[in-house]
Design a protein around this ligand. Structure first.
Ligand code: ACO
Length: 316
């Protein structure tokens, strides 16, 4: 059975910085409330010239460049998103046409909320391993600012826009494992298209409980399947919903805090984009080097969850 490894990554961040103090001018909140409860200090929102598609295209272009491959090598194109510009064409189709990827490749979006990028990796792996194709482009991209109710202080302070992408390639390396899951329901986390499509419904405490139980479960699964523990990988990249969730997991697992990357202070929660943005930061700042193993864990609306233990192989 073939597996996949990461060859190149990219990200695209919108130009408009929105600080906690900026939000305090719109809703009854404060930098102190937001930062102590979530770790978030700022996020980025698209300006009038930026869209979800434009972010996805930029991140994808950078990932292909970083992989050392040509656009014609890409054999599958998957976008994970819940906030694409159109119901159709899909975001993946917009990336394909703009970057002039081949026409004879599967090109589609996946909605698994904040777990979407890792769902995309596993779907791409399945498709690559059952075809003659060698490389896939997987993107996580969101423009959540257009779904936010800016009068609702309990949700509008949490989210941001952005995109991250990775090119993955097939390998005979046995060091790969994944886990996917879902517990469908609307009670804990839901959004549109009800009476007010912009209103995210969330039971914050229930999300906290879900997240802090599912991250260790995913990590345990990855360890059982691969034989590699947190201590064996360079970094653990969790979905960046909330600093307190990650800190709780570190304490509960008695894990080394240095292994768990956090960047929600700068980006907020970018749903499907959060894991690949963090991944690209780690690659580009030299924290992940060619050949390193990493764990990635996503969790979110659906409810869904996903984990991957994967090697960063670097440029082809
Ligand atoms: N500023 C100031 N006060 C606020 C704000 C705000 N932005 N938001 C809510 N409050 C107030 C509430 O109105 C409430 O006031 P009251 O006691 O007078 O009624 C008080 O703060 C407490 O409200 P809670 O909703 O109980 O706030 P909580 O302490 O649970 O914190 C939070 C909310 C940060 C979302 C928390 O539940 C949490 O950490 N949840 C984890 C999940 C998460 O991060 N979800 C977001 C993403 S979902 C995902 O990606 C999977």
């Amino acid at each position: 059975m073939k597996n996949v490894e990461i060859l190149g990554t990219g990200r695209a961040i919108p130009s408009k910085v929105v600080t906690n103090d900026d939000l305090a001018k719109i809703v009854d909140t404060s930098d102190e409330w937001i930062s102590t409860r979530t770790g978030i200090r700022q996020r980025y929102f698209c300006d009038e010239n930026e869209t979800a598609d434009s972010l996805a295209i930029e991140a994808a272009k950078k990932a292909i460049e970083a992989s050392g491959l040509s656009k014609d090598d890409i054999g599958v194109c998957i976008c994970a998103t819940l906030s694409g510009d159109y119901a159709t064409p899909s975001m993946a189709c917009m990336v394909q046409s703009t970057l002039q990827l081949r026409e004879d490749i599967a090109t589609f979006d996946v909605n698994a909320a904040c777990s979407g990028f890792l769902y995309g990796i596993e779907i791409a792996r399945g498709m690559l391993c059952c075809s003659g194709e060698k490389y896939a482009l997987v993107i996580g991209c969101e423009q959540l600012s257009k779904l936010l109710d800016m009068n609702d202080r309990s949700t509008c302070v949490l989210f941001g826009d952005g995109a991250g992408a990775a090119v993955i390639g097939v390998t005979d390396d046995a060091t790969y494992a994944s886990t996917l899951g879902a517990r469908g329901g609307q009670e804990i986390l839901a959004n549109g298209p009800g009476p007010d499509p912009s209103n995210i419904q969330m039971d914050g405490k229930a999300v906290f409980k879900f997240a802090t139980s599912i991250i260790p479960k995913c990590i345990d699964e990855l360890q059982k399947k691969s034989g590699f523990a947190v201590s064996d990988v360079s970094k653990v990249v969790c979905h960046q919903a909330n600093e307190r969730i990650i800190d709780f997991v570190i304490r509960r697992m008695k894990a080394d805090p240095e292994k768990f990357y956090k960047n929600m202070d700068r980006y907020g929660n970018t749903s499907a984009a959060s894991v690949p943005i963090a991944l690209d930061e780690l690659v580009r700042n030299g924290s992940i080097k060619d050949g390193d193993l990493l764990m990635m864990v996503g969790f979110g609306g659906g409810l869904t969850w996903a984990g991957a233990l994967i090697r960063y192989a670097g440029k082809k």
